[in-house]
Design a protein around this ligand. Structure first.
Ligand code: NDP
Length: 331
């Protein structure tokens, strides 16, 4: 299929362009709001065409799908334009700036009959899928709690709009809490009901939060503890799922690489859990392409993107107001 990249971004350059090409896709054109940036991106990455006019690019019938990786405030309008033009859409998280916008995008895709996916890469990893399979097969009994450790150090080349531009969707909550919300939903199959939270700026955020801790309650009564930050160089990442019959410890797995260790602890002892180490973004693209062909669904679909955004925005509101918030999924 022929693709347009919407946004001349780091994530496209570092991960998704390679994943698309690895799946035999033809990345034909890149769109950026700055002509020189579009030209430079196209030249650097060997993309034949570039431009600033999204509507002109979308009017090309040969383009079958778009990958949207602009800053967060642009996703909504760009996705609606692509859907109206009949293109399949792989959209970066967070889907939009509000749950209402995200619901509008997903409804538009459904009405148009195009495939719409959210690029939540963590659920594409072999490690997360292995943890989910252990939970689903009952190996740890009834799930009591999850702990999500996702306090990292934002690399210098990403310290732009994320740390100082609320209008572009900056802040650690839209950046990382959305991923953790998706992880919790993916592992448990449950949509968080309510949240409490505290957030702060601990040295990097200028006008946006760079650190947050929150606690979520799931419909089953299980609890989730989540910690996201941009300012922790040595904290490491990981997740734990604790159940009545066992616990799963997955260390180093909240990352873009297929790395980390998964350990299951039960009354029988400790065992190391093997998992496939495929490329996370390659898997996201493979699942997306299969869905376009009518086989299965994207790794994370539009509804998943709405839900992760809804949880993240509830966390921010809880932290801003100092009150427990019910998660509003809209729609
Ligand atoms: P970048 O900052 O690299 O790019 C985003 C946009 O900002 C670009 O499309 C470009 O806009 C503009 N821009 C970038 N660099 C410059 C520059 N030097 N000068 C002027 N403008 C610039 O963003 P990321 O790749 O980090 O993130 C893009 C999206 O992808 C976000 O929504 C983010 O949340 C998501 N993301 C998802 C990840 C995942 O694993 N799922 C990982 C990382 C990001 P334009 O092209 O319009 O000129």
């Amino acid at each position: 299929m022929r693709w347009a990249l919407v946004g001349a971004s780091t994530i496209a350059a570092e991960h998704v362009l390679g994943a698309l090409r690895g799946a035999g896709q033809d990345v034909a054109v890149v769109q950026s709001n700055t002509a020189s940036r579009a030209a430079e991106f196209a030249r650097t990455h060997g993309i034949a065409a570039f431009g600033t006019d999204l509507d002109a690019i979308l009017s090309e019938a040969e383009i079958g799908a778009v990958y949207i990786s602009s800053t967060n405030e642009k996703h909504h309008a760009q996705a609606l334009a692509a859907i109206a033009a009949g293109k399949h859409v792989l959209c970066e998280k967070p889907l939009a700036m509000s749950v209402a916008e995200a619901n509008q995008m997903v409804a538009a895709a459904k009405a148009k009959g195009v495939t719409f996916a959210t690029n939540h890469h963590l659920r594409c990893s072999g490690s997360h899928r292995a943890v989910r399979d252990l939970v689903a097969s009952g190996r740890i009994g009834r799930v009591l709690s999850l702990r999500l450790f996702h306090a990292v150090h934002l690399p210098g080349h990403l310290q732009g709009w994320r740390i100082d531009n609320p209008a572009a969707g900056g802040g650690v909550i839209p950046d990382i809490t959305v991923h953790d919300a998706d992880v919790a939903r993916f592992l448990t199959g449950e949509d968080p009901v309510s949240v409490v939270a505290e957030m702060t700026s601990s040295g990097m955020g200028q006008g946006v939060e760079d650190s947050v801790m929150s606690v979520w309650t799931l419909p089953s009564g299980a609890m989730v503890m989540a910690h996201e930050s941009f300012t922790h160089p040595f904290a490491g990442s990981g997740l734990e799922v604790h159940g009545t019959e066992g616990s799963i410890f997955a260390s180093g797995v909240m990352t873009q690489q297929p790395v980390g260790e998964v350990t299951l602890v039960t009354a029988s002892g400790r065992e190391s859990v093997p998992y496939p180490t495929h490329n996370l973004y390659g898997q996201a693209v493979a699942d997306f392409l299969a869905a376009v062909e009518g086989h299965g669904r994207p790794a994370a679909d539009g509804r998943d993107g709405i839900a992760s955004l809804a949880v993240a925005l509830a966390v921010r509101k809880a932290a801003a107001t100092g009150t427990r918030q019910m998660v509003d999924y809209g729609g």
